[in-house]
Design a protein around this ligand. Structure first.
Ligand code: UDP
Length: 239
């Protein structure tokens, strides 16, 4: 059951929180392995996959700054955290035989290329998986917004947000057993009802540019491959 998308290039957004899995410290290798296997399968089908990785398993700038830190510095710490996740994902992907490049918005040439959009596109055309780290390189933004911006800049056809819930609901499904899941939404509804898809900056950027967003359960068996293929899964927000 396809959306009839014809997507050839997608941006997959992975929350940092997912990487933590059951482990107390940072990264659960079994989760990264699971994600890497799915990405490897999707990439081997010929769809170009770029990935934006979050860092919520280490630091969220907004939360740290509530404790008194300067927001800008806390956000930079958050961005650095995302790079740790990028390197973990790169390692697992390469051990599965998938060529990858990490590009970061904050320069750190020993571990990653700088973000160079045209070079990222070239990597994708050669079948490499490109992993974007350090968000936008600017505080007061999120990795969701990064996913939207990177998708637009590299000409991706959709943002696929893998998260802990299996789509977008009219209320919190963990609290309200009668919560109703949406199959499809338009951007305005997301914004006016304050639905949890991505933050408002990311959603409005997608809206302004007609970029579809798919929200799906990252850890469901086969879900990443289905999302990348454009099969019907989770909730789609589109024009
Ligand atoms: N961050 C930022 N600018 C960006 C992207 C991320 O300042 O462009 C910081 C921000 O502090 C954020 C943290 O990095 O809380 C981790 O990213 P995010 O919260 O988006 O990760 P996720 O929730 O996806 O795990």
């Amino acid at each position: 059951d396809m959306h009839d998308t014809g997507w050839k290039r997608v941006v997959l957004k992975l929350s940092g929180e997912a990487f933590a899995g059951g482990s107390e410290l940072g990264i659960d290798p079994s989760i990264v392995q699971f994600v890497a296997e799915a990405v490897a399968e999707a990439a081997s089908e010929g769809i170009q996959v770029a990935i934006v990785v979050g860092g919520g398993n280490y630091i969220r700038g907004a939360e740290l700054s509530e404790g008194g830190m300067e927001r800008g510095r806390a956000d930079y710490m958050g961005m650095l955290g995302t790079v740790i996740n990028c390197l973990a994902l790169q390692d697992f992907l390469e051990r599965l035989g998938i060529e990858t490049r990490v590009q970061t918005a904050i320069h750190m040439s020993q571990v990653a290329e700088p973000y160079i959009p045209r070079r990222a596109v070239r990597h994708l055309e050669k079948g490499r998986v490109v992993i974007f780290g350090a968000g936008l390189g600017a505080p007061f933004f999120s990795t969701d917004t990064t996913a939207a911006q990177r998708a637009l800049e590299i000409g991706a056809h959709a943002v696929l947000k893998g998260t802990q819930v299996d789509g977008v609901y009219d209320s919190d499904p963990h609290r309200n057993p009668n919560a109703v899941k949406f199959d499809r939404l338009d951007y305005n509804e997301v914004l006016t009802r304050g639905l949890k898809v991505m933050d408002a900056t990311a959603v409005s950027q997608c809206m302004d540019n007609g970029l579809p967003i798919v929200v799906f359960d990252l850890m469901g068996q086969g879900n990443i491959v289905r999302a990348v293929r454009g099969e019907k899964i989770g909730t789609i927000v589109c024009p």
